[in-house]
Design a protein around this ligand. Structure first.
Ligand code: ASP
Ligand code: MG
Length: 454
């Protein structure tokens, strides 16, 4: 069996849904189809909630959401005799949305829990409608089998429980219907049953969890680009599709800024050795990118792709008499990991260390370190802390980097030759990603210079 996931743009309009119907109905054997909300709807749902909180007019936003779904339900994609009944079910969900917005504005309160309920409606409506569009399909409610728990203020999937619930729920697939339609993104808390989600872009992850639990033959991610590319084509016009990647290369490309799939997606399928294909709903004949456990790149190629995280902060920590650099390094990484803050890069410096984090995590990181160092005595005796914003992380990714240890020098030299200062650099834990921190104003120039080396 196979698992397919269609993103928001793929399910966003009548013509694109026609492609989806064609693609799914032309597969054979049992298939699970995971769908996102109609493109742009999650943002609209959040916008309405914020307007309601601010005491502003949300009715227009709600009507836009309603109109988007109505256009599809009353299109020829849904059989005429199913349209009214389908619209009745969608209307019940829209009525719920109206109640949520009314509640938010009356109480002047928008908790995370409420927002989770609001955004869940996007996938609940899209999956319901798509289950009426595709032949021999039935709706499987992801909230029943994708379970999360709290971890540093976030909801993360409880994989073993989710795994067994998926196996149980999908045991009838292929006998009761050929196609299972499941909403992506949404889940419920394992303890409270509250509606939660897997984070923005999380539908890819839903599909991966299902593929891994059911030991699918392949996970197809249908999106609106032809696959992973050697660079972001909006910045580098010469960027090309990468035909094949290893799991590890694709993980690093995602972790260091490629936007093709949601980073956690790769882990569950990697562990079961299930290939992932990235395919374009709008260009279904294109071969896309295939991700497997093989390493097929020519040994002549320096690396596979270059990515960037434009908004980064570097935290500079200075050593003290009692806290010398090596110990300080471990301490900083421990504190940040205890607070659930991802360190993009860490490097020893002359009299201390540097850690690069996403700019959105910088304030929390500084706070955590300051609190931790407060135990070291007075401000004068505790390690100094400085944050440098306005920098970007540029990464070259490819298993060959590990084979040719001089690559990192070539990469830094290339940037120096282009007049770009490398503030700090490091090889990632995998050994085949080399990340350089450069001034944010020069991040496009840096990408261009490095891309020429591929
Ligand atoms: N609809 C959600 C979002 O826009 C999840 C997804 O599309 O993967 O983030
Ligand atoms: Mg996505």
């Amino acid at each position: 069996m196979r698992v397919m996931k269609f993103g928001g743009t793929s399910v966003g309009t009548v013509p694109s849904l026609r492609n989806v119907k064609h693609i799914v109905e032309n597969t054979s054997g049992p298939v699970v189809v995971v769908v996102s909300a109609l493109g742009g709807v999650t943002d609209l749902l959040i916008k309405g909630a914020r307007l309601a909180l601010d005491g502003m007019e949300w009715d227009k936003t709600l009507r836009t959401v309603e109109g988007r779904h109505r256009d599809i339900v009353f299109s020829p994609l849904v059989a005429a005799d199913l349209q009214d009944a389908t619209w009745k079910e969608v209307s019940d969900l829209l009525a719920l949305l109206r109640n949520y917005y009314t509640g938010i504005s009356l109480l002047n309160d928008l908790s995370e829990r409420t927002l989770c309920n609001v955004v869940s409606l996007g996938e609940r409506m899209s999956s319901l409608i798509i289950s009426r569009i595709i032949d021999d399909a039935a709706l499987y409610q992801s909230m029943d089998f994708i379970k999360t728990e709290r971890w540093f203020g976030k909801n993360i999937a409880v994989t073993d429980l989710t795994d067994s619930l998926i196996c149980r729920r999908f045991s009838d697939l292929g006998t009761s219907c050929r196609v299972a339609i499941a909403p992506g993104f949404i889940s419920t808390d394992r303890d409270t049953g509250d509606i939660t989600n897997l984070g923005r872009g999380g539908s890819d992850y839903t599909a991966a969890l299902i593929a891994a639990a059911l030991e699918a033959d392949v996970l197809d991610i249908w999106t609106d680009v032809d696959g992973f590319m050697t660079a972001d084509p909006r910045i580098i016009k010469e960027a090309k599709v990468i035909a094949h990647l290893s799991f590890l290369e694709s993980m690093d490309l995602c972790n260091f800024g490629a936007k093709v799939i949601y980073p956690p997606t790769i882990y569950p399928v990697f562990h079961k050795n299930i290939p992932i294909r990235i395919l374009n709903t709008f260009n279904p004949e294109a071969p896309g990118t295939i991700i497997t456990d093989e390493h097929k790149a020519s040994s002549l190629q320096l690396f596979r792709g270059v990515t960037s995280i434009p908004e980064v902060s570097v935290i500079d920590v200075g050593e003290t008499e009692s806290l010398r650099a090596p110990e300080l390094h471990t301490r900083v990484l421990n504190v940040l990991s205890k607070h659930g803050i991802e360190v993009l890069l860490s490097a020893s410096a002359l009299k201390g260390m540097k850690a690069a984090v996403r700019r959105s995590d910088a304030a929390a990181a500084m706070r955590a370190l300051r609190e931790d160092f407060a135990g070291e005595g007075s401000e004068a005796t505790s390690p100094s802390l400085d944050e440098h914003a306005d920098v970007s992380a540029i990464s070259a990714v490819g298993e060959n980097i590990k084979l040719h240890p001089d690559t990192s020098c070539r990469l830094s030299d290339t940037l120096q030759d282009a007049g770009i200062d490398v503030i700090t650099s490091a090889t990632g834990a995998s050994g085949f990603t080399f990340t350089m921190i450069v001034p944010q104003a020069l991040h496009k120039e840096a990408l261009t210079a490095l891309h020429r080396l591929i």
